[in-house]
Design a protein around this ligand. Structure first.
Ligand code: NAD
Length: 463
């Protein structure tokens, strides 16, 4: 198939390259002209493991190209399928459809010049009802065509990839969701995914849109639920939430026991772990968007609100732990922040918890130096000017630091244990639960979800 993908961000480019790897001919478009130029030289504009190698292969095979977004180029390409993978950020807690509208209008103008039926499917995360209303209306207005008259197709094919594992997730998906408003678009999406052997879930576009939000909202809810329990454990004292969750994970409903006694360790357990909160370009905005939609349709979203409230406060645990160790205050204290990306294996800092940590520490007069294997430049651009200094060599920086905060679970930070001898007298805040206190005997080890036992009276325990 000839597939055109609109938007070359984490989702658009990974989708385009992987579809090309499976044999389709793909063109990826972006409004940023330099992005297309770079891709056509084989250069990536963001970090994603395995993507550069696959891009080289599909370019070599002549099945992938990139172009600056233009309706003329789109019309000339005469695609069998168009996928829209532009950004859907959050503005004031509501989904911002500016990019979706812009892409839909451009596609509409291109469709007016293509004499054939073209199916258009949304890959971006959009609130239920968007494809069927906003996208349909924009394309119809710009093209003069009618979906009801069968002059173009409408579909919704949500994406579930995780940054850092995007190629693997796309190539070996849990499932593919095909939402459609007409059978020809359904068939086009079936054909696009024919090279994949996985569960295919066929629904209407609203349901496809809702599946994506339900998925993210439930994952975010698990994180906030465990973080709330972690805060209770720390406030109680003498209970480590990591031990608590070890006991919980062993429940066969979380980790099934197979015949023979071996346990399946489902990926959901990674979300049932205490930390300093979730960030990234999806969970915060998607939970907010679903909360807004719920209110619009007359449902008070109590669990979604609680998920966001807990997450809003959770990065504050890091500052509280530091303040516990420096009761005279953080002014002038030198803090080495390890990890800027919202999670490991990506350079994405959108809504990264580290941004909030830096802002909190700067307000208290701490001097923050930050390190990240790949996200530092993005972080320095996103952080408030003057609030943070870059650190190129985190091992060397330990010497001058009063405190070290580990905020992203990058594999290389696990080797902090090897520096234990140089951590004596320093505070270590393990905000991602990567270590054990015993690994740092001379340091003041602090973590989320644990505090030493305090004396509790029986009455206090019962109160
Ligand atoms: P992104 O911001 O990284 O990329 C969006 C790209 O679209 C940008 O390069 C932008 O220049 C381009 N663009 C905007 N308007 C355009 C237009 N009219 N024509 C052509 N290009 C245009 O976004 P992303 O992280 O790739 O996410 C895209 C969508 O996928 C979002 O809805 C997001 O919620 C969803 N999603 C993201 C992830 C993830 O892990 N990043 C996972 C699943 C779903």
């Amino acid at each position: 198939m000839k597939i055109d993908v609109i938007g070359t961000g984490y989702v658009g480019l990974v989708s385009g390259v992987c579809l090309a790897a499976k044999g389709h001919r793909v063109t990826c478009y972006d409004v940023r002209p330099t992005v297309a130029e770079r891709l056509n030289r084989g250069e990536l504009h963001f970090h994603e493991p395995g993507l550069a190698e696959m891009l080289a292969e599909v370019r070599q095979a002549g099945r992938f190209s990139a172009a600056e977004m233009s309706e003329t180029a789109l019309a000339a390409s005469a695609p069998d399928l168009i996928l829209i993978a532009v950004g859907t950020p959050s503005t004031d807690g509501k989904i911002d459809l500016t990019q979706i509208r812009g892409a839909s209008q451009a596609i509409g103008r291109a469709l007016a010049r293509i004499p054939a039926f073209v199916p258009v499917a949304i890959k971006s995360t959009v609130v239920p009802g968007t494809t069927d209303t906003v996208v349909r209306a924009e394309i119809e207005e710009a093209s003069g065509l009618s979906h009801a008259a069968g002059q173009f197709g409408l579909g919704m094919n949500p994406e579930f990839l995780r940054e850092g594992r995007a190629v693997e997730d796309f190539m070996v998906p849990d499932r593919v969701v095909i939402g459609s408003e007409d059978t020809r678009t359904r068939d086009a999406l079936r054909e696009a995914y024919a090279p994949w052997d996985c569960d295919i879930i066929e629904v209407n576009t609203r349901t496809a849109e809702m599946i994506k939000y339900a998925n993210n909202c439930l994952l975010a809810l698990q994180i906030s639920a465990v973080n709330e329990l972690a805060n209770v454990a720390a406030a109680l004292g003498g209970v480590d939430v990591a031990d608590v969750m070890r006991g919980v994970h062993a429940d066969r409903r979380w980790s099934p026991v197979q015949p023979g006694g071996t346990r399946v360790r489902p990926g959901i357990l990674d979300y049932l772990k205490a930390g300093c909160g979730f960030g990234g370009s999806c969970f915060p905005k998607d939970v907010q968007a679903m909360r807004t939609l719920a209110r619009q349709v007359g449902i008070e979203p109590r669990l979604l609100q609680a998920t966001l409230d807990v997450n809003q406060d959770q990065p504050g645990q890091v500052t509280q732990l530091l303040e516990r160790s420096f009761p005279a205050g953080l002014a002038g204290k030198r803090v080495l922040l390890l990890g800027c990306a919202f999670k490991e294996d990506t350079d994405d800092v959108r809504e990264s918890v580290s941004l909030r940590i830096v802002s909190d520490l700067a307000k208290r007069g701490a001097r923050v130096e930050a390190h990240d294997p790949v996200a530092l430049d993005n972080f320095l651009r996103a952080a408030q000017a003057g609030s943070v200094e870059p650190c190129a060599d985190w091992r060397a920086a330990i010497t001058g630091a009063d405190a070290i905060v580990v905020a992203t679970a990058w594999p290389e930070y696990r080797s902090l244990r090897e520096e234990a001898g140089r951590m004596s007298g320093k505070v270590l805040v393990d905000a991602r639960r990567l270590y054990e206190a015993e690994a740092f005997p001379g340091a003041d080890y602090q973590t989320i979800g644990y505090a030493p036992a305090r004396v509790l009276t029986a009455a206090g325990a019962q109160a």
